[in-house]
Design a protein around this ligand. Structure first.
Ligand code: GAP
Length: 487
């Protein structure tokens, strides 16, 4: 698939809707910008991705435990974390179209239309100016390159201003506009629910540094430029893990998690060339070192996951604002002094991935429009989702060849046994070919067909989604075979 393949992207979005993966939110009222609902197969796929991440982080790591913190947090949390003051993007408005743009997105979009050398020069100047928060310099750059609004076609811009991305709401029965005390925020990241629980978790689970805390859950950001399907949403889900380490060891752990997270992506069988690291030059307000794992979406290489070395910034800030000691006593012996390391505020290396973005990565990698040559020289075609079997919404479809001769009863009985083990789908309607195509379209890796031979020898035909090959096997082998392939 070519980079920035908009037709392909539009086809994936249409397919996601048609086959029950992703719907625009409240669509009967014309939808809500950058908010989406997951349908029957989308919610299964999303759950499977979440479970795969959760298992790999907690069950398979003795040194990581999980939490499930509330979305609402004490408002001081966000003052301490820096989000009230710093979680904002530089924005610019076009005076003619009234359209608002994130400055970096506006410049990046312009760079896409330039020859590569010129584009690199523009982007590197932009990065330097962003790193210095030099808004006058950025405005000059926009003027110098005569960057235009895509709607009005003019370069009639306002000055650049900061725009905070947090959603506010009121807590309690009485709400009024100037009742600042009742204001709470919808969390813009799940990480803070982990930081404020650091001591609760460390003490109750008796964890020793280095150790991690994992969490999945909703996050909310009032994104300004949100027009890339589920890539950038206003309500989304994160899967985050904060790894608490002894100060001075954070560099080693940062490298460790960079490698480990890329390996996690590769464990799903997605080709390595679809991923790349992007080291940050402009760092978030809390970060000391940071990189993205980028994925080649149909809209080009974009951030899928962030790995951030956050120093002791968050815990120290919460210590200061809560006036409660948030420290760890390390009784391991420091070889330099021969004495225990003692009390310190741990440093943090964070891995943070958007579940919806991972969903889009899986979906766009899986989507294929295939031509199938037929024996008579003509061609057939199919749309198939090559979703990794362990993540597929439906693992096995059970299809009786006809609706008569007792075949549905046999198929139902197989279904009853198999669905205890994994998600199954039963269907009698239409020709077997049409049923296979529908299963291809939702990414079902295996279909079994119950036919007349089944009645004689208790075997069924299994058909593999990716190769479309078929073989016969005893009914008694079906569960074992599917479980082997989805491990
Ligand atoms: N706690 C660190 C943090 O939140 P981030 O880079 O802002 O870091 C982490 O976000 C990940 O969350 C991103 O790599 C992306 O996958 C996902 N993400 C962020 N904003 C998003 C949005 N508006 N829509 C969907 N996913 C988003």
């Amino acid at each position: 698939m070519a980079t920035n393949d908009n037709n392909n992207f539009q086809a994936i979005i249409a397919h996601a809707k048609e086959y029950g993966f992703v719907f625009p939110s409240s669509e009967i009222y014309d939808g809500l910008s950058a908010v989406y609902d997951y349908g029957p197969w989308g919610s299964e796929l999303k759950k499977n991705i979440r479970d795969y991440w959760w298992k790999s982080m907690t069950q398979l790591h003795e040194d990581i435990v999980g939490v499930d913190a509330a979305i609402f947090m004490h408002p001081t949390t966000w003052k301490a974390s820096g989000h009230v003051d710093n979680f904002s993007d530089p924005m610019i408005d076009n005076k003619d179209s009234k359209k608002r743009y994130r400055v970096d997105h506006l410049i990046e979009a312009h760079a896409e239309g330039l020859p590569p050398k010129e584009a690199d020069a523009l982007l590197s100047t932009m990065d330097q100016l962003l790193a210095k928060d030099d808004y006058n310099g950025l405005k000059k750059l926009i003027d110098e390159y005569k960057i235009k609004c895509a709607i009005s076609g003019t370069s009639n811009w306002t000055e650049i201003r900061q725009f905070n991305l947090m959603f506010k709401t009121e807590f309690g029965a009485i709400a009024s506009d100037n009742d600042e005390e009742n204001i709470v925020y919808l969390r813009p990241e799940t990480a803070q629910g982990i930081f404020v629980n650091f001591l609760n978790v460390q003490k109750t689970a008796r964890m020793k540094v280095p150790f991690g805390i994992a969490q999945t859950g909703k996050a909310f950001r009032n994104e300004i430029v949100a027009r890339q399907f589920i890539f950038r949403m206003r309500e989304f889900e994160q899967m985050e893990m904060q790894f608490f380490v002894r100060p001075g060891t954070e560099g080693k752990w940062y490298q460790h998690w960079k490698t480990e997270r890329l390996n996690w992506h590769l464990s799903l069988g997605i080709p390595a060339e679809k991923f790349r690291y992007h080291d940050h030059t402009k760092l978030a307000h809390y970060a000391k070192e940071a990189c993205d794992i980028e994925f080649e979406f149909p809209i080009g290489f974009k951030e899928l996951e962030g790995i951030h070395s956050r120093s002791d910034y968050d815990l120290s800030q919460h210590q200061q604002y809560s006036k409660k000691k948030i420290q760890y006593y390390d009784n391991d012996i420091d070889p330099a002094t021969g004495k225990p390391y003692g009390n310190y505020v741990p440093y943090v290396v964070e891995t943070s991935i958007g579940l919806d973005r991972m969903f889009l990565a899986i979906l766009s990698n899986a989507y294929q429009e295939e031509t199938i040559p037929k024996e008579d020289g003509t061609n057939d075609s199919r749309v198939v989702l090559h979703i990794p079997p362990k993540l597929a919404p439906v693992k096995l479809a059970i299809l009786p060849l006809t609706r008569k001769d007792g075949l549905p009863e046999i198929a139902r009985s197989i279904m009853n046994d198999c669905r205890q083990e994994f998600y199954c789908f039963y269907e009698e309607k239409d020709t077997i070919g049409k049923r296979y195509r529908r299963m291809d379209a939702i990414g079902t890796p295996f279909c079994i067909t119950v036919d007349h031979q089944t009645k004689d020898d208790h075997t069924v035909t299994i058909r593999y989604r990716d190769t479309m090959t078929q073989e016969r096997l005893p009914i008694s082998r079906v569960i074992e075979l599917v479980k082997e392939k989805i491990r």
